[in-house]
Design a protein. Sequence first.
Length: 230
Amino acid sequence: MQIIECPECAVKNRINAHSDGLKPICGRCGATLLQKNHKQTNSSSENTKFNAFLPSILIVLIIAVGYGIIATPKLIRKDFSLLIAVEAEKTETLQKQHENEIAAKKASLEKELAAIDAQNLHRNARKNYKMLLEARRSFDKRFALSPREKAQLRMRNLSSDSTKSFHDAIRSVAQEASPVGADISVHESSEGIALHKLTNDPFLDIYSTTKHFKIDADNFDEIEIKSTRI
């Protein structure tokens, strides 16, 4: 809200801020009031501040330029040879120190390399590998499964496979237990499920015989297949 004085009757009138752009009149005499613009006032105040600060900037720049003009000849005439010599001496000292450290490290590594006995190192390596191999064999002997145990586990897994039919399971177990090259077949009889001869090869018949036992279908887990060598 602004307070504007009437130019005719000198009465002070209150004008709201939203009346910008309108022509307010005096409440007593009806004369037109001249409303001041805030934007123009603010811009004029900013210009005044900048104009007051501008001479200070110019003075600082003039002083800096004058000092530069005075100091430049002194810097040009100054002798930097002593400073250059000091820096060169420091650089040379650091370089020699670095070279000495490298030489000492190289000598130490060469000494360690010369102290290594290749034959002794080879003997120790063979000894360690032998110990590891013996430990592995001992572990396998004590804990690893034997070929027979592995075959028994495979036959048990085949007999308990629910995805196969009864005949397929019998055939798989018989093939696992049969000698190499045997021809396995399964057939049903009045006595139950039986296996044919292991092979049709007369040469293998001479050396291999198979004893068949009755297989109870109700107790499929107890399957006994025995092979004997003559």
